[in-house]
Design a protein around this ligand. Structure first.
Ligand code: AGP
Length: 610
């Protein structure tokens, strides 16, 4: 998630911009820049890396002026570099942007045909040229911006500086956040509240398709038709630390609640409803133009990413009919893996820096396998090592316990499965369209589950003192049982184990004793009755049974002590949905026990050592 700040007022804009970007650093970034407008024109300074590098550049000759924009970039299109850093400029138009333009290739092609020349690989630079082109027709900058935005598909939060309007800033958003700040003789705009707090606590959250004009001490807001509308003011009483978490108590909780948007962003630009069109960037580099040139798939990963790979195995074998092995990277690299050029290796890593996963990936490449990365950090080592990488647009994951990245990984794995199934003629066009529509609906179901967070919290707190927890499931939900147990282990420091429910009778059921909480994932499926009998087995031995199941499933509710209802949905996307309650379950227990949820003991966010 990029960070945006805009300022107009009596202060030195450069000082406000740098201070604001520092307060947005928690959003994660890999380059930064500022643009200031003064009598002498527009001055832009950008730098790859941390803000200190930008400050070092500005230190030598600070741009003077009272109007400016600043940006910290979390790369999505185009590697982290000064050239790709924002602000971007074309003529008198300067833009900073947060979001993803789905149709940027088509727009870029059209602009190139009009003679525009691009200096960066970013989708953002297109806005500058688009607005410039519209200016030729609309003359007035606000109209030109609004007209340009009508041509854009995707998510955006943009702030525009126009050299010929030295007393105004222009802001618009759709899908990415922007908040306006009402200062004394000054006005501000930013991606998030923390950047505004030193100047004002009176803010207004811009709604999708709204447009704002910032002037010294004045803010005008317009609706999607261009009609003026009163800006609804909110008074923020958060302290700066709370503000970084957007009012959530922990980053982990904030990131759990971000998951509907993460799935939305990860799907964006890759699926088209109703047409069955799939666009996985760069996939032809590994798969070729058509067909699927591999005999088997080997997935390598660690921890939560490994659990995502386990879910991927079910999908790849059941839908694409490709034999798939999932290996722990730390084991793979010391084994004798039977892979070669007929093997597609999929390396999954949120950070792209996990030592075991990188070492295993390097080994796979040495064994002539093609490597496809699934990663959340553009410009990471994995991204540079893999033959192609598909990114989960989850934004930076601050909490050590991985949550939104996992859901992003599942989303990419599902799309990859559909792509391979299509290339192998294992899925009809009708079925493909249906499955794309199903996965496209996942964000709304995730939202519904989040509405029920308090009920999940109540169940979690009811068993927070238990010393042991078991999680059981079958099929593609079995890896979720492993993941739910891992969450509880790593943030609540509680012993928890996930099992394939059918395995209970082969030993683990001996662990069941009076009051031991057993969490069962029981979606409607062809193994529904089987897992229900597993639930009855543990209940008969005194377990405290908690079941995740379809809302309204009375048959299930009658058999367990507590139910976590999940909305009636498509079986295909249940793994994407059934993990969310388990993340909340672990979170509420850990928080109740006073654990350091965002930075659990003994753990690092990225295990860059063996
Ligand atoms: C997950 O909650 C853990 N923090 C850990 O298992 C993590 O998934 C693992 O270290 C792999 O990290 P990566 O995805 O960045 O490679």
């Amino acid at each position: 998630m990029c960070g945006i700040i805009g300022y107009i007022g009596p202060k030195e804009a450069a000082d406000v911009l740098i201070d604001g970007l520092k307060r947005l650093e928690y959003r994660g970034y890999d380059s930064a820049g500022v643009a200031v407008l003064n009598g002498g024109g527009i001055e832009i300074e950008r730098a790859e890396g941390k803000l200190t590098k930008l400050e070092a550049k500005i230190g030598k000759h600070k741009p003077h002026g009272h109007l400016g924009v600043g940006h910290t970039r979390w790369a999505t299109h185009g590697v982290p570099s000064e050239r790709n850093a924002h602000p971007h400029r074309a003529g008198d138009v300067v833009v900073v942007h947060n979001g993803i333009i789905e149709n940027y290739e088509a727009l870029r092609k059209g602009l190139l045909q009009k003679g525009c020349r691009f200096r960066s690989e970013t989708d953002t630079e297109i806005f500058c040229h688009l607005i410039n082109e519209e200016l030729k027709e609309h003359k007035e900058i606000a109209k030109a911006i609004r007209s340009a935005l009508k041509k854009v598909r995707g998510s955006y939060a943009i702030v525009v500086l126009y050299a010929k309007e030295p007393k105004k800033l222009f802001a618009a958003k759709s899908g990415s956040p922007l908040v306006l700040g009402f200062g004394d003789k000054e006005a501000l705009v930013a991606s998030d509240v923390p950047a505004l707090l030193p100047y004002t606590r009176d803010v207004s959250f811009l709604e999708d398709d709204e447009f704002a004009i910032l002037e010294e001490g004045h803010l005008s807001v317009f609706d999607e038709k261009g009609h003026p509308k009163p800006a609804e003011k909110t008074h923020i009483d958060w302290n700066p630390v709370m503000a970084e978490k957007a009012g959530f108590k922990h980053f982990m909780l904030k990131e759990i609640f971000e998951q509907p948007r993460v799935v939305e962003q990860t799907l964006m630009g890759r699926v088209q409803l109703g047409s069955g069109k799939l666009t996985l960037e760069g996939i032809e580099k590994v798969f070729g133009k058509k067909g699927f040139p591999f005999k088997k798939i080997e997935i390598i990963a660690c921890g939560t990413s490994y659990h995502a790979g386990l879910v991927g195995k079910y999908w790849l074998e059941q839908l694409a009919h490709v034999p798939t092995v999932v290996s722990l990277a730390s084991e793979f690299r010391y084994a004798e893996p039977l892979i070669g050029k007929e093997t597609l290796v999929i390396s999954i890593s949120q950070s792209g820096e996990t030592a075991d996963t990188l070492a295993a990936t390097k080994m796979a490449k040495e064994m002539k396998a093609k490597v496809l990365g699934i990663c959340n950090v553009l410009g990471s080592s994995l991204g540079r090592m893999a033959d192609n990488t598909l990114y989960t647009h989850a934004g930076p994951e601050i909490g050590v316990a991985s949550t939104k990245a996992f859901t992003g990984q599942l989303t990419v794995l599902y799309l990859l499965t559909l792509e391979i199934a299509k290339r192998r003629d294992k899925i009809s066009k009708t079925e493909l369209i249906k499955k794309i529509n199903e996965v496209r609906s996942a964000p709304q179901y995730l939202e519904k589950i989040l509405e029920n967070a308090d009920a999940i919290k109540k169940i979690a707190l009811g068993c927070k003192e238990a010393p042991h927890f078991l999680f059981i499931a079958r099929g593609p939900h079995y890896p979720l049982a492993l993941e739910g147990a891992l969450k509880l282990k790593e943030i609540a420091y509680v012993h928890a184990e996930g099992f394939a429910a059918g395995e209970l009778k082969h030993g683990p059921i001996a662990l069941v004793d009076k009051g031991v909480p057993v969490v069962a994932l029981v979606p409607p499926s062809d193994t529904y009755e089987k897992i229900l009998s597993n639930v009855e087995e543990v209940k008969a031995r005194g377990a405290y049974t908690i079941a995740e199941g379809e809302v309204g499933d009375k048959h299930l509710a009658d058999k367990v002590d507590a139910v976590i209802p999940v909305p009636k949905t498509f079986y295909s996307i249940t793994p994407l949905l059934y993990i969310l309650p388990l993340q909340l379950f672990a979170y509420y227990i850990a928080d109740a026990k006073g654990c350091d949820v965002d930075m659990p003991r003994n753990l690092a966010k990225s295990v860059t050592v063996e």
